[in-house]
Design a protein around this ligand. Structure first.
Ligand code: AMP
Length: 515
């Protein structure tokens, strides 16, 4: 490397590149298929090349760079290079349609938009119409206009652009289960502090090999996994997507896995799970609720207690079960160091007592600074004393462990009673013939909302709706019992494994309408 690798004037890059000087030749990314290895040094020298190009093109501090790319090493280089150049990185799900991409471009008004070559024809028109100044394509094997321009310009890297802790490093759009997705502005400070806290909490070192099978357009795969590996010097065993066979193959040469709950439920079906998982150090789950049942089955089969943590786009990681100490199934653990969590009642705005449900609020260095060009929504989601209203409903037990009960907007109010869907789902999931369930509220003339349960049952199951109603009557007070039960072959989920309740609500919205 030609220049000092400390990148000291750029808050986040300085933190993320902290291993570059000590162990430049350690592997940062490894591919299982062909054992290709990318060292920390070669990763950062590609980042420098792209950063120099962005600066040569005329990127200014705070400019946005939108990238819609499949998961590749270069997609991570573009993330780091954007931040090195003082820009704001905005990754988009490669599956987003042209209409969706058009929304994100018009909302974020980037200076540069980079997309996959095969999407160029239609997306170039959209980028032109929205007057995006620079449009490049990324193809396989370093083809595409981005690489052509980078290599023909051959800009020399001099230094990173200076950026402070409060400057914005990335905008991640929230999954948008209601209304249009909103851009969460994530400052350097939030990403650095979270990476350092998680490394310490989960005891990551340069001896770790972390299986990375998550997408890199979401907090979990882009920030948690990637930043923790960079800061600790751990190796990433990089996989384009989740594939149970590949993970089973990877585990004997890995130490840790970060996954969403569906990774774990699918791996549990694999006959070689217990032998393959033997030497692993740590299994982490988050982004959606992990059923206590899955936690127990995993422990029975592998001898490992999954460590469940909780976070969100706006707040990065917030709580975690302890590395040492009890990892309680069905809970998200306790707040991470330096992060404050309070659970407040709706009516009183004061903290609820142990066991009671309230709205979960967060304060700490992990927080975003607000929604992009949406001061009203930002103001509505922050309390005067700086706490962010997460929108999640939660309760705390006598040991301080927190459980998520659901999203505030998923709360069902039926006949004046507050009903938390999770409580009903837990009862339904106890039935051995039930694979999974989702409970929603549907408009009802009499009750305001009525409880509807959508259930996925085992193929061979003889379970009937009447049988379920009988069982539920023995477990839940009358107003929590479903007014309607629907069997489905699967639940709609997004790419992070979250059940899309808004789709179910849409599907069943006319269920109780009197024609
Ligand atoms: P996102 O912004 O897409 O990461 O979604 C964040 C939301 O996912 C949170 O507000 C929670 O509703 C949910 N979530 C994340 N982790 C967990 C968890 N461990 N248990 C339950 N819900 C979770």
């Amino acid at each position: 490397m030609s220049v000092s690798p400390f990148y000291s004037s750029n808050s986040l890059v300085k933190t993320l590149a902290s291993r570059l000087n000590d162990s430049p030749n350690n592997t940062f990314i490894r591919y299982l298929e062909d054992d290709t290895r990318i060292t920390i040094k070669s990763f950062f020298s590609t980042c420098e090349l792209y950063c120099a190009f962005f600066i040569a093109v005329g990127i200014k501090a705070g400019d946005r760079i939108v990238v819609q790319s499949p998961k590749t090493t270069d997609s991570l280089c573009l993330y780091i290079a954007t931040i090195m150049a003082g820009g704001i990185y905005i990754p988009l799900n490669p599956d987003f349609t042209d209409t969706e991409v058009s929304y994100y471009l018009s909302d974020s008004q980037p200076t540069i938009f980079i997309c996959m070559t095969e999407r160029a024809q239609s997306l170039t028109k959209i980028a032109d119409k929205l007057e995006v100044p620079f449009f490049y394509t990324l193809g396989l094997e370093k083809t595409g206009t981005f690489y052509e321009e980078v290599y023909s310009r051959d800009a020399k890297f001099i230094d990173v652009v200076s950026r402070k802790e409060e400057d914005i490093a990335a905008i991640l759009y929230t999954s948008g289960t209601t209304g249009k997705p909103k851009g969460a502005m994530i400052p350097h400070r939030a990403l650095s502090s979270n990476a350092l806290i998680l490394c310490k909490e989960w005891k990551f070192t340069d001896q770790d090999v972390l299986i990375h099978a998550l997408p890199v357009f979401h907090t979990h795969g882009l920030f948690v996994a990637t930043n923790v590996a960079l800061v600790s010097g751990a190796e990433l065993l990089f996989m384009e997507k989740f594939d149970a066979d590949n993970i089973i193959k990877a585990m004997p040469s890995a130490t840790s896995l970060m996954g969403v709950p569906t990774f774990y439920t699918r791996l549990l079906q694999h006959p070689e799970l217990s032998s393959s998982a033997k030497n692993m150090r740590l299994f982490i789950s988050g982004s959606a609720p992990l059923l206590a049942q899955t936690h127990k089955e995993w422990s029975n089969q592998t001898g490992h207690a999954i460590l469940e943590r909780y976070g969100m786009t706006e707040a990065n990681m917030v709580t975690s079960n302890p590395y040492e100490g009890i990892r309680k199934a069905g809970t998200i653990g306790i707040p991470l160091e330096d992060i404050k969590v309070r659970i407040v009642s709706e009516e009183m705005n004061e903290e609820v007592v142990e066991g009671q449900v309230g709205s979960l609020e967060i304060k700490g260095p992990n927080l975003f600074t607000g929604y992009w060009q949406n001061p009203e929504k930002t103001a509505a989601d922050f309390r005067e004393d700086g706490y962010f209203i997460s929108g999640d409903l939660a309760s705390r037990d006598s040991d301080g462990y927190i459980s998520i009960v659901g999203r505030e907007k998923d709360l069902i109010i039926s006949g004046g009673f507050n009903i938390y869907p999770k409580e009903i789902e837990l009862v339904l999931d106890e039935l051995s013939d039930v694979i999974e369930s989702a409970v929603i509220g549907v408009n009802h003339e009499d009750f305001g909302e009525a409880v509807v349960a959508v259930i996925v049952k085992k193929e061979e199951a003889s379970l009937t709706k009447e049988g379920i109603q009988d069982y539920v009557s023995g477990h839940l007070v009358y107003y929590k019992r479903p007014k309607h039960i629907e069997f489905a072959s699967s639940l709609p989920r997004n790419s992070m494994g979250k059940v899309q309740k808004n789709m179910l609500r849409e599907q069943f919205k006319k269920l109780f309408e009197i024609s």
